[in-house]
Design a protein around this ligand. Sequence first.
Ligand code: ZN
Length: 179
Amino acid sequence: MTKLVILEYPDPRLRQKAEPVRFVDDALRQSVDDLLETMYAANGIGLAATQVDIHKRMLVIDVSEQRNDPLILINPEILRAEGRESVEEGCLSLPGIYDKVQRATKIRVRALGRDGRPFEIDAEGLLAVCIQHEIDHLEGQLFVDYLSELKRQLIRKRLQKERRQRSSMHETRASAPAL
Ligand code: ZN
């Protein structure tokens, strides 16, 4: 497995729309394993392929306490969405930034698993939020797109400043849970 580099906002590659996966073969499974390793190494609870510059519709999630229950969604589709709730979100592509976003509270999702077989799941709570957040990445969307332009400007400035500090201090960033 290989740990991949996570793109950070406002990298334009985060805006690219992912292509559907045609075949779930060993090469694709390798990419899925790399995504998982990268997500766990970054202490994230979700990671979309787009975030590591792979533009295929796939994502990985693990919202378990023990960090041992990975969920792999290839070509995910939201079949049903119910309810509306404002939840605070973070993102591995926006380190240290958190804000509230409106999401559906309950969703039904269809996807292919690591074995290439289709399955459906019902999700609510954190898992539902996480799936919606990661599917947005595959569309080239970020959670800050739901915020005002003024807030986005402040976020861009803050990230820029932090990147400068990080490179001058040669320090790795503290890893808070993010998606
Ligand atoms: Zn994210």
